[in-house]
Design a protein around this ligand. Structure first.
Ligand code: FAD
Length: 310
């Protein structure tokens, strides 16, 4: 059995595993795909102290760093259930989809999240070539260009306000007849001269020249007419889905499915901690995920030294 078992091999999980192993406790890491969302990221310019890098490069360094420690890495394994310890200090069980199970005195869940996709032609083809999901990450790549934001909820309008300070022009395309964002954000967006908001707009296709995005097509649901906008980028802002389906009913989650954590990463199940994008932490970034992985590993270590083994 492990002392500390990390589920997830993104920046949060990798950071937690290193912090755990450095305490000299028996540490394991089980992940469906080591590297997580960072594997799918092109340019990274906000990982402080590294001016610019690429996702797969950062993943290779993460892996090298983890392998420098005594961490039992089990890659290519999906977790399907977590079972609470029978009594304090007892072992928590993690069941894998392969049918195997693992046991540990403490567990850290760092299963991340994924952006909700719009599923229109061109989205996959131009992902990372004009189709973006993270304004904090990719906004500066569109400096002086025109972009669209799909989605008029809080994240869409926040993205539009954020991008309006960097890019030339932002068009917000909202499917519904009105925006769902908080009134204060809507007011702010309306005061910015380079933001245009179009409601009743159903995005139908993202167009490109084979290398990069060049335009977007949408249908006006009111008049049933087709429209095309020339632009360089499309930010899809229709939600972030936490990878927590396998925890439903076992752990306290927010209405969006995020794991509710205390400031030390503790979840509603004794000995179980969580970190990174799968939690209710307000901002989702690599540097934040790594910090919370470290916090939660220290939280788990604190728990272990205070819990007697039966
Ligand atoms: P993730 O990176 O999502 O990792 C989750 C891990 O859990 C993976 O290993 C996954 O395989 C595993 N997992 C999930 N479910 C299971 C399961 N049931 N069983 C076992 N393992 C499981 N952030 C920045 O700071 N800068 C950027 O430039 C940037 N660009 C981005 C670009 C894109 C396209 C995307 C998608 C995100 C970007 N982000 C960026 C956000 C950043 O990638 C995330 O905030 C960060 O990766 C979160 O780390 P995490 O460890 O919490 O989760």
């Amino acid at each position: 059995a492990f002392d500390f078992l990390v589920v997830g091999g993104g920046p949060a999980g990798a950071s937690a595993a290193i912090y755990g192993a450095r305490k000299g406790i028996k540490t394991g890491l089980v992940a469906d795909r080591f590297g997580g969302q960072v594997q799918d990221t092109m340019a990274i310019e906000n990982f402080i102290s590294v001016k610019a890098t690429e996702g797969p490069k950062l993943v290779a360094s993460l892996e090298e760093h983890v392998k420098d420690y005594d961490v039992d890495v089990m890659n290519g394994q999906r977790v399907k259930k977590i079972i609470e310890a029978q009594s304090a200090g007892d072992l928590i069980t993690i069941e894998l989809e392969s049918g195997a199970s693992l046991q540990s005195r403490s567990v850290l869940l760092a299963t991340g999240a994924r952006w909700r996709e719009i599923n229109v032609p061109g989205e996959q083809e131009y992902r990372g070539k004009g189709v973006a999901y993270c304004p904090h990450c990719d906004g500066p790549l569109f400096k002086g260009k025109s972009v669209a934001v799909i989605g008029g909820g809080n994240s869409g309008i926040e993205a539009a306000i954020d991008l309006a300070g960097i890019v030339e022009h932002v068009t917000v395309l909202e499917f519904d007849s009105s925006l769902r964002a908080d009134a204060v954000l809507q007011e702010k967006a309306k005061t910015m001269a380079n933001i245009e908001i179009i409601t009743n707009a159903q995005t139908t296709e993202i167009l490109g020249n084979g290398k990069r995005v060049t335009a977007i097509k949408y249908t006006c649901r009111k008049t049933n007419t087709e429209h095309q906008l020339t632009l360089a980028g499309v930010f899809v802002q229709i939600g972030l889905v936490p990878n927590s389906q396998f925890l439903h009913g076992d752990l306290e989650l927010t209405s969006h499915g995020e794991i509710i954590t205390q400031s030390n990463g503790q979840t509603s199940m004794s000995g179980v901690f969580a970190a990174g994008d799968v939690t209710d932490s307000p901002y989702k970034q690599i540097i934040i995920a790594m910090g919370s992985g470290a916090t939660s590993a220290l939280g788990a270590f604190d728990h272990l030294i205070r819990t007697a083994q039966p």
